[in-house]
Design a protein around this ligand. Structure first.
Ligand SMILES: [Zn+2]
Ligand SMILES: [Zn+2]
Length: 325
């Protein structure tokens, strides 16, 4: 672990940062096993969101017989559940790391705790601005997609595959959902970086150079529509309703975790759960790199990967200069 080896960062993980070794050549089978063990057999985003999705589908979701008919009662219930989930998860992380300063700057990528009051943010305040876009537009568009999915499942438009019928697929689909999200995110995010779309829609997210939990899905509504469209994949692959909720958590809550600004939560000086996505923190610092996520190496393939090293920074600057001439 490198605590402080660069003036650029208060803390950063060891450089060069890695991508999912599943796609490495020559193959790295042991690293791949370790990657998937850490992702799916320990307390991680994946296992936590899976447990939360199970609770949500078992105790806090309408049954599919009800959702066959659109009705504000169950649709509103989904919205309130998602709103409460965002408030508890993002609010809890913000309270612990930014208000209580529970970890001070330990494992924090930058030493700043959000931006100073500025006119570039709604209400002149980054936190209130980010909460507004997360809780108003984010929760609403997430829930609209979720209502669509539940309505479609209730009407037999999505092929259902329950745990009882196909337990192997129920679990195998989880890492596949994560890979799909990586692919979909690279694509929609790369498109949003084309100048006209960037200026109109995506610049709103990038006002946050320093980020906090509420920055995760603090996006323009058009970006929310693109970002959450990842779940439409369930119209073509067999799906357990729990997969749909898990998929939404991997979009919304993973972004909240990923923008926390801290690499991990420490309990008694031990890393209990990985939080920040340093790969994406580099994107917020430099804009023109790391459009995807580490689960699939699209940035490596398209020459936009920044692994944190000074060498990668030089290459990125040369690429930007070349694109400008
Ligand atoms: Zn971001
Ligand atoms: Zn971006």
């Amino acid at each position: 672990m490198a605590e402080t080896s660069s003036r650029e960062w208060n803390y950063h993980p060891d450089f060069p940062i890695d991508n999912n070794p599943l796609f490495a050549w020559p193959p790295r089978p042991l690293d791949t096993l370790k990657y998937y063990r850490d992702s799916w057999l320990t307390l991680s985003e994946g296992t936590l969101f899976l447990a939360m999705a199970w609770v949500a589908i078992t105790y806090m979701s309408p049954d599919l017989a009800t959702t066959a008919t659109l009705d504000w009662t169950w649709a509103g219930g989904i919205y309130l559940r998602n709103l409460a989930t965002l408030i508890v998860v993002a609010g809890g992380l913000h309270y612990y790391f930014y208000r209580r300063r529970g970890q001070q700057t330990e494992l924090k990528y930058t030493s700043k705790f959000l931006h100073r009051p500025s006119e570039r943010f709604l209400f002149n305040n980054q936190l209130y601005d980010n909460m507004f876009y997360t809780l108003v537009s984010g929760a609403l568009i997430w829930s609209a997609y979720e209502v669509l999915m539940f309505w479609a499942m209730g009407n037999g438009m999505i092929t259902l595959s329950s745990y009882g019928e196909n337990p192997i697929w129920t679990f195998a689909a989880l890492p596949l959902i994560s890979l799909w999200i990586s692919f979909h995110f690279y694509l929609n995010h790369r498109i949003l970086h084309f100048k006209p779309l960037y200026d109109r829609f995506h610049a709103l997210h990038h006002r946050n150079v320093d980020v906090g939990p509420f920055s995760g899905i603090s996006m323009h509504p058009v970006e929310h529509v693109l970002y959450f469209s990842s779940v439409l994949i369930h119209f073509v692959v067999p799906t357990d309703p729990m997969h749909v909720i898990f998929h939404f958590y991997m979009l919304a809550l993973s972004a909240v975790f990923g923008h926390t600004g801290f690499d991990a939560l420490l309990v008694k000086n031990k890393r209990r759960i990985a939080l920040g996505h340093f790969h994406h923190q580099l994107h917020h610092r430099y804009f023109e790199c790391n459009y995807g996520a580490v689960d699939m190496p699209w940035d490596v393939l398209f020459g936009t990967f920044h692994d944190g090293t000074p060498d990668a920074r030089k290459k990125m600057m040369a690429r930007i200069r070349k694109n400008q001439t």
